[in-house]
Ligand binder design. Structure first.
Ligand code: FAD
Length: 400
């Protein structure tokens, strides 16, 4: 009998197949990935792994033996080329694999700088796959000049690593400020000051006009007419959901692969989770690009494939490591109109509100602020802003 096939052996795919087994499913399970390695965690790619303080073995989510021990067929280095939804079959080149249920956990692809502005020169790197990092690692030598295009979390994390390794770092952000899409000005100000104190040059409100060089990038022309000499470039300009297979199979797309509250696509036998999947949350169709969402949504899909019929409700959280600062975020700040800042010793947190409703917290070296914020969100409680602002307040008292 055809079993469950999962396309995309990343964070969501590996969580999904593992959950199927812990839930007691004993049918055939096949996990197919195009990368040549077992599923691994991506966050360290722009942090400890890039810095060289974490080795390859620790990146893997589970030892390779886990999959055979649990009777999961793991196909690595194997791109799925087509889904025949009518025949319930996926195609790996000319090999057909039938399925009863199929899950798409294909993740996302980094946006590339267009070739028309020199984006196809050598010496320009994305930050998505292990292979991207291994290919660019040799560039991180002291004294070299790197231009990082994009002041989001991944660009800033790469900038922190480069600065710590003694490179000359420029971050270019076309929008008026860094972290514009994801964080309040207060958090951006804190991060900007942190980077500046480590010698990073952050240029905001300036677009990239063109990358120049003979075969290999050696310079950049910026929208304000200035130029920069560079040794290499990192593009951290966002991702697009990997939805080409789904589109070709005729599935409904809307900001990625559209799923219902159980994780089912427009084809009842096909499910999706992780970076590639969009779902309705608080009345809007969103995608979340985070480890937490990849795991929780994939586990919900595993249960629903087996008939649980349980809606997936995300409890968003995220983190970023830059220098000695750990930023932890709980909640989603969309629609906020007010920030409450709390500074207590070395701990700092920014609390997002929409009217009276508490939405999210950015906690910088403040694990307690993060933990309390997360618990408040889980309990649907709104803390008193005046109490939050007061450094004397014991945050845990807000949970009572
Ligand atoms: P992925 O992990 O990308 O897995 C998808 C897999 O599917 C990939 O291996 C892809 O190659 C494969 N695939 C695609 N198409 C096919 C096909 N046709 N055939 C076979 N295989 C295919 N999140 C956080 O919460 N905190 C962080 O600090 C953080 N830092 C990050 C740093 C970096 C550098 C990156 C890149 C991401 C970071 N993220 C972070 C985001 C997080 O890693 C992602 O949200 C998570 O990996 C999504 O899991 P996924 O399974 O949906 O996608």
């Amino acid at each position: 009998m055809a079993g469950i096939v999962v396309i995309g052996a990343g964070q969501a795919g590996s969580s999904l197949v593992a959950k199927l087994r812990t839930l007691g499913f004993d049918g055939e399970v096949t996990l197919i990935g195009d990368e040549p390695v077992p599923p691994y965690q991506r966050p360290p790619l722009s942090k400890a792994y890039l810095l060289g303080t974490m080795d390859l073995e620790r990146l893997f989510l589970r030892p390779e033996s886990y999959y055979s021990d649990n009777n999961i067929t793991l196909r690595m280095g194997t791109p799925v080329t087509r889904i025949d939804a009518a025949a319930k079959t996926v195609w790996l080149g000319d090999e057909a694999v039938p399925y009863e249920h199929l899950a798409l956990t294909t993740g996302a692809e980094p946006r590339r700088l267009p070739a028309a502005i020199g984006g196809d020169l050598d010496g320009i790197y994305g930050v998505r796959r292990l292979a991207d990092i291994d290919t660019m690692a040799h560039e991180f030598a002291p004294g070299r000049r790197v231009l990082i295009v994009g002041g989001g979390y991944i660009g800033l994390e790469a900038a922190a690593v480069a600065a710590q390794k003694g490179l000359t770092v420029t971050v270019l952000e076309a929008a008026p400020r860094i972290l514009g899409r994801v964080a309040a000005p207060e958090t951006a100000d804190f991060m900007r000051a942190l980077h500046t104190s480590h010698g990073v040059t952050i240029r905001e409100g300036v677009g990239l006009t063109r990358l120049t060089g003979e075969g290999r990038v050696s310079g950049a022309e910026l929208a304000d007419g200035s130029t920069l000499e560079v040794d290499f470039v990192i593009a951290g300009i966002g991702i697009n959901p990997a939805a080409a297979l789904a589109e070709a199979a005729g599935l409904t797309l809307e900001n990625g692969i559209s799923v219902d509250d159980q994780g089912r696509t427009s084809d009842p036998a096909i499910w999706s989770a992780g970076d590639c999947a969009s779902f309705v949350y608080n009345g809007a169709r969103i995608r979340l690009e985070s480890v937490q969402n990849a795991i929780d949504q994939a586990e919900a899909v595993a249960a629903n494939m087996l008939g649980a019929a349980k809606p997936y409700v995300p409890m968003p959280w995220f983190w970023s490591d830059q220098y000695d600062v750990k930023l932890q975020i709980a909640g989603l700040n969309t629609g906020y109109d007010r920030i409450v800042t709390r500074v207590a010793g070395a701990a700092r947190s920014h609390w997002y509100f929409a009217g009276d409703r508490f939405l999210a917290v950015d906690a910088m070296n403040d694990p307690r602020g993060y933990m309390v914020g997360k618990r408040l969100l889980e309990q649907g409680k709104t803390p008193d802003p005046a109490a939050l602002e007061n450094p004397e307040t014991d945050l845990k008292s807000l949970l009572k």
